[in-house]
Write a new protein. Structure first.
Length: 534
């Protein structure tokens, strides 16, 4: 919120200074999340290490240590579930409720009872939700890599090798700082187009700088040859570097793909805008088709990345590929946070009748919105590979070498797992719909009360409605996600969990990418129409 106010103050005089304020606020968010994540994980490992590692430092010792550390990833995932689901319900309930009551007038006005809830929702859903989601991906990738490294005795004998994923993220923080330093010197945010160009270049600059760093880390940390237990071939450190490199640039390409399908600078969103001429029905149909079509390229990238990583270094290669993909996480979080910050600054400017600042911040919001899908699709792509790596870690610890999907238990688990993302999404959509209806009725009732008797709007009541709705709405989805594998494991054993995990991974990535790209494409098509109308 402090960044929002500072952005408004800067935008009253200079758009470039306002953009630098937004950019620095985004970097503060990205750096704090990744830095605190690395620091807390190092402290936890250091405090637990004396309890598990003996003088012999056997495979069993490290196995027990890293299985204990996986609780860190589980905790991060649970918090991310609350942040993403609860925050998503809050922000969309407030957003939809306000839009339904202001379809024929401005929404960013002081007398609108739901406007503060809308601003709070932008921070809760788009900043906190995305941050917690990617933080969970960071924790899961590190823990999965460490668990899988136990199956290679040569990695256990070298501390710098077994802690390789932590070193990758630590180096990523330094690379992100260099990226910030470079962008701060060459940044020109005098127009919406320049701002958008700067934001889009951040992940590319970070990936370029990170490439030689990854090579140096692989040369220093990893032994020349690595053989994993149960594998008949020997992996080299150059193959591990290839896995991290594919992960780094694969994540960047996935972001580019989402940018193409969601930015109003390109054909797909412009076609969505054109479809509005014939009514909302054709707009919805075209937007859904765009989302489905947008899954083709990211899924292809993920398939190639997983295949190359697996043949290079088995499941360990898949795990380190996720570390490479997330190595520039601070930059991705920074860029993703710029849109919500500028959005709130724009709303505050309109509420305060600061016309010039409102124009500048709205341009910043338009540019930030154009790259907002980058971080979200990046999160889904990384989560997919991390889920596969965690799947491999689970089977490794359980001693499962083959998952036969032709067997009835495994195949039944596969079908149930493929159904879970639909059930999960349905519960969230229903919660948003109910909460938005309550917000709409509350806003209309307050407006009628103010018109007849005067007084001031009760902002807190709308915030309270959204808060209660978000907390209640995430109960059933959380129970579905957490309870299903527990019940399946207790009743049918680990093989049933394997089927559920496989089905959820395959189904979830399709739904996640298509829903995100459709939603952002519709939003940016609206901005495109408004821009051409003006």
């Amino acid at each position: 919120m402090i960044a929002n106010v500072r952005t408004v103050k800067k935008a009253r005089k200079d758009m470039e200074k306002a953009f630098l304020t937004v950019l620095r606020a985004g970097f503060a968010i990205g750096f704090s999340i990744v830095s605190l994540g690395v620091l807390s994980l190092v402290l936890i490992i250091s405090s637990y290490k004396s309890s598990y590692i003996t003088a012999l430092s056997t495979e069993k010792d490290y196995g027990e240590l890293f299985m204990t550390i996986t609780g860190y990833a589980l905790g991060a995932s649970v918090v991310a579930l609350f942040g993403r689901v609860g925050g998503g319900i809050f922000t969309k309930a407030a957003d939809v409720g306000v839009d339904l009551t202001t379809s024929k007038g401005p929404e960013d006005v002081e007398k609108n009872p739901g406007i503060v809830a809308d601003y709070v929702g932008d921070n809760v859903g788009d900043v906190v939700g995305t941050g917690s989601d990617l933080f969970a991906s960071f924790a899961e990738s590190v823990c999965a890599t460490m668990v899988l490294s136990v199956s290679a005795p040569v990695l256990i004998s070298a501390p710098q090798a077994i802690y390789f994923p932590i070193l990758v993220f630590s180096a990523g923080i330094v690379v992100s700082m260099l990226t910030v330093a470079i962008s701060s010197r060459v940044t020109h945010g005098e127009s919406s187009e320049q701002v958008e160009r700067v934001l889009k270049n951040q992940p590319f600059v970070g990936a370029v700088l990170m490439t030689p760093i990854l090579f140096a880390l692989c040369q220093y940390c990893l032994p020349d040859q690595i053989q994993f237990q149960g594998e008949s071939y020997i992996t080299t450190k150059h193959q591990i570097f290839a896995c991290t490199l594919f992960g780094l640039w694969g994540g960047y390409l996935i972001g580019l793909s989402s940018e193409y399908f969601t930015s109003h600078d390109y054909y797909p969103v412009q076609e969505v805008a054109k479809s509005c001429h014939t009514g909302s029905a054709t707009d919805i149909i075209y937007g859904l088709a765009l989302g489905y079509m947008s899954t083709i390229f990211p899924v292809t990238i993920l398939v190639v990345l997983i295949y190359v990583s697996y043949i290079s270094a088995a499941m360990y290669g898949v795990a380190v590929a996720t570390c490479g993909m997330l190595s520039t996480l601070a930059i991705i979080l920074s860029v993703s946070s710029c849109g919500p910050i500028a959005d709130n600054a724009s709303g505050l400017s309109k509420m305060c009748n600061l016309d010039y600042a409102a124009i500048q911040t709205e341009d910043l919001h338009t540019a930030g919105k154009a790259v907002s899908a980058h971080g979200r699709s990046f999160a889904i792509g990384s989560a997919t590979i991390i889920a596969l790596a965690l799947f491999g870690a689970f089977t490794t610890r359980q001693g499962i070498t083959v998952v036969d999907l032709l067997q009835p238990i495994e195949f039944s688990g596969l079908i149930i797992g493929a159904m879970l993302p639909y059930a999960f999404s349905a519960q969230i959509l229903q919660s948003v719909s109910r909460a938005a209806g309550v917000i709409e009725r509350e806003i209309n009732a307050q407006k009628a009360e103010i018109a007849s008797r005067g007084g001031e709007p009760d902002y807190h009541k709308c915030i309270r409605i959204c808060s209660i709705a978000s907390l209640q709405g995430m109960i059933v989805p959380t129970v579905i996600v957490v309870g299903t594998p527990l019940i399946a494991g207790i009743l049918f054993g680990p093989v049933a969990i394997c089927g559920i995990l496989a089905g959820t991974i395959v189904s979830g990535v399709q739904i996640g990418i298509s829903f995100i790209n459709s939603g952002v494409a519709w939003d940016n098509a609206k901005k495109y129409i408004e821009g051409n109308a003006n």
